[in-house]
Design a protein around this ligand. Structure first.
Ligand code: SF4
Ligand code: SF4
Length: 300
C-alpha cells in the first residue's frame, strides 16, 4: 500500500483552491525558503516538536527515553536531535502534550477516508482536496494515487507545488488535477537560489512544459518585503505569466505565524525582523498586475 508522511490534514480550508477544501500537507521539500511558515514540512524525516509553553518540567520524558537524548535545563527540556531515534516514547508519557511528532505515516486509503468525511461540504461549495507540501513532486506515486481516488469520487482536485522536481513526476500527477497552484518566488535565478536554496530554471522550464498541456494554472507569489517585492521582479513575474498564457495570480503577503514552529523544532528563524508588507504596497502591486491583464487575488 502506498504511504507518505503526512504533517497535517487541514479541514475547511478556504484559500487553496475553490470552495471548502481539505488540504493534505506532506513532509519533505527540496527548498528551504527563508520565510517558510511550515518548517515542519521541509525535512522528509520525522521531527520532534517541543512546546516549552506547555511543559511543566516534570521530567517524565527524560525517564522514558532509552537513548538519553533529553535533559532538563532551567528553561525546559533540551533535545539532542542528532541522537533522537524519534521513537515517540517521551511524547506518550508527557502529561502536558508538550512533545509531539511532526508527521505520521499514512497510506492512500487512510488519507482518503479522512478527506472524504467532508464530501458534503465539497459538493455544496464546489470545493475538494488540495495536496500541498513540503513538495508534492517528491511523492509522485502517493499523490497520483490519492488524486486519482479523489477524481473517481468526483472531488475537485488541486496541488500546490514549488515546481522544483522532475517534469515526469509533474506530468504524471497533473493528469488527476483540476487546478495547479504553482509558486513563483523570484524571477532572478541567483536571488532565487539565495532565498530558497535552489535554482529556478528547472521551475520555469517545468512551468513552460506544464502550460503546454494544462489549462488551469494559477501562479502564487509569496510577497516578502525587501526580498521579492521590487518592481523589476513583479514585472518579470508578469512576463512569465504572459509567456505561459496564465491568466491568474495570487499574492500571498508575508506573515510570521510560522516563527514559533522554528523554536519548537530547535531551529533558527531567518527573518526575525521582517514584518508584513504595507496594505498600500500590496494594493499597488495588485493594480500593476491587473493592468497587465491578470486576474489577481490577494491571500489565495
Ligand atoms: S523520541 Fe524517543 S529517542 Fe527521541 S527524545 Fe523521545 S524518547 Fe528519546
Ligand atoms: S514530560 Fe512533558 S511536561 Fe514533563 S518535562 Fe517532559 S516535556 Fe515537559
Amino acid at each position: 500500500m502506498l504511504s507518505a508522511m503526512v504533517c497535517e490534514i487541514e479541514r475547511y480550508a478556504l484559500h487553496d483552491g475553490p470552495g471548502i477544501r481539505s488540504v493534505v500537507f506532506l513532509k519533505g521539500c527540496p527548498l528551504t525558503c527563508l520565510w517558510c511558515a511550515n518548517p515542519q514540512t521541509q525535512k522528509k524525516d520525522n521531527e520532534l516538536y517541543y512546546d516549552r509553553g506547555k511543559c511543566v518540567q516534570c521530567g517524565r520524558c527524560m525517564q522514558a527515553c532509552d537513548w538519553g537524548t533529553l535533559n532538563l535545563a532551567d528553561d525546559g527540556i533540551r533535545i539532542d536531535r542528532n541522537h533522537c531515534r524519534l521513537c515517540g516514547k517521551c511524547m506518550r508519557v508527557c502529561p502536558a502534550g508538550a512533545l509531539t511528532l511532526a508527521g505520521r505515516w499514512m497510506n492512500v486509503e487512510d488519507v482518503f477516508a479522512e478527506v472524504s468525511r467532508d464530501m458534503i461540504f465539497y459538493q455544496q461549495s464546489g470545493g475538494g482536496v488540495t495536496i500541498s507540501g513540503g513538495e508534492v513532486l517528491m511523492h509522485e506515486a502517493f499523490v497520483s494515487a490519492l488524486l486519482k481516488k479523489c477524481k473517481e469520487h468526483y472531488f475537485h482536485t488541486a496541488i500546490e507545488t514549488s515546481g522544483f522536481g522532475s517534469l515526469q513526476s509533474l506530468l504524471a500527477i497533473v493528469k488527476y488535477c483540476d487546478l495547479i497552484l504553482f509558486d513563483i518566488k523570484h524571477a532572478d535565478n541567483e536571488i532565487h537560489k539565495k532565498l530558497t536554496g535552489v535554482d529556478n530554471q528547472v521551475i520555469l522550464e517545468n512551468l513552460r512544459r506544464l502550460g503546454e498541456s494544462h489549462g488551469n494554472i494559477i501562479i502564487r507569489v509569496p510577497l516578502i518585503p525587501g526580498l521579492n517585492d521590487g518592481e523589476d521582479n513583479i514585472e518579470r513575474i508578469m512576463e512569465i505569466a504572459g509567456t505561459n498564457r496564465i491568466k491568474e495570480i495570487h499574492i500571498l503577503p508575508y506573515h510570521s505565524l510560522g516563527r514559533e514552529k522554528y523554536k519548537q523544532l530547535g531551529r533558527t528563524y531567518g527573518l526575525e525582523t521582517t514584518g508584513p508588507p504595507e496594505k498600500e504596497q500590496v494594493a499597488t502591486i495588485k493594480r500593476k498586475l491587473e493592468r497587465g491583464g491578470l486576474y489577481v487575488n490577494v491571500g489565495g
